[in-house]
Design a protein around this ligand. Structure first.
Ligand code: ADP
Ligand code: MG
Ligand code: MG
Length: 251
């Protein structure tokens, strides 16, 4: 039984088809990786899974935890236990990170906490990520680096403990410090929440410490190959060109 079941999913933006009959199944507790060249539609898939209204689903379905969520608004998907990290434009001058994190759990069933308990919780999470606790008092001001935004995302992930986290890694390089926070965040999420991961990445370095169950390769909006973790080494060596003709034949 899949936790996430995407079947025949096609989607368009402004009448331009982007995803073409995508099938993708993720079982509870597994680690999946979605790879593919730039512009393949990986980020789009993440946004559509989360219900981004910028995209039009033109066919297929998304079932999560036994519920058809294809038409569900984003907040309901989030409450159902789906999480998407994207380099959130968390730039709110005057608001400390701790208040932002407080707001992300506001109104969630089962997540009611007294302030003191909340403070203790986020300090513990910062500690787990080897982050300086003073970071929590930092203003969500303009100018967080890509790496700093990643840290915020990992704090959110561990605080929310979603059933499934889709982590969309940007292609822009993360520094060693940010890479370490991401690795620690993923490991902690796996260990403490029995978390399920769908990682969208080019950066195979962040996968080194993870046991990857399944790899999906997307080219031009189609899933053109699937396999076990050996596919990652294959792609590292031979790139995505090897799948190009498959994508074209499938059109
Ligand atoms: P990837 O994450 O694999 O690099 P994307 O999902 O970002 O690919 O993009 C896939 C294709 O869809 C690209 O051609 C991109 O330009 C297009 N696209 C994605 N989002 C939008 C949007 N909001 N408006 C117009 N085109 C978009
Ligand atoms: Mg496993
Ligand atoms: Mg992308």
């Amino acid at each position: 039984e899949s936790l996430l079941s995407i079947r025949g999913l096609s989607a368009a933006v402004e009448d331009k088809p982007i995803l073409r009959e995508v099938d993708l199944e993720v079982a509870q507790g597994e680690v999946h990786v979605l790879m593919g060249p730039n512009g393949a539609g990986k980020t789009t898939l993440g946004h559509i899974a989360m219900g981004d209204p910028a995209y039009e689903v033109t066919g297929g379905s998304i079932v999560f935890d036994g519920q058809d969520i294809t038409e569900l608004p984003t907040d309901k998907r989030s409450h159902a236990g789906l999480f998407l990290s994207f380099q959130a434009p968390v730039e709110i001058p005057g608001v400390p990170l701790s208040s932002f994190l407080r707001a992300t759990i506001e109104g969630r069933p089962g997540m009611e906490m007294k302030n003191k308990e909340f403070r203790r919780r986020i300090r513990q999470l910062a500690d787990e990520l080897s982050m300086d606790p003073s970071y929590l008092d930092r203003e969500l001001g303009v100018g967080f680096s890509g790496g700093e935004k990643k840290k915020v995302e990992m704090l959110q992930l561990l605080l929310l403990q979603p059933k499934l986290a889709i982590l969309d890694e940007t292609d822009s390089g993360l520094d060693v410090d940010a890479l370490s926070v991401v690795s620690k965040g993923m490991e902690s999420y796996r260990r403490n929440c029995d978390g399920t991961l769908l990682i969208i990445t080019h950066n195979t370095r962040i996968l080194e410490h993870l046991d990857v169950d399944r790899v999906h390769v997307m080219v031009r909006g189609k899933v053109v190959a699937e396999g076990d973790s050996s596919l990652i080494d294959d792609i590292d060596r031979n790139g995505f060109e090897q799948f190009g003709h498959i994508a074209e034949e499938a059109e």
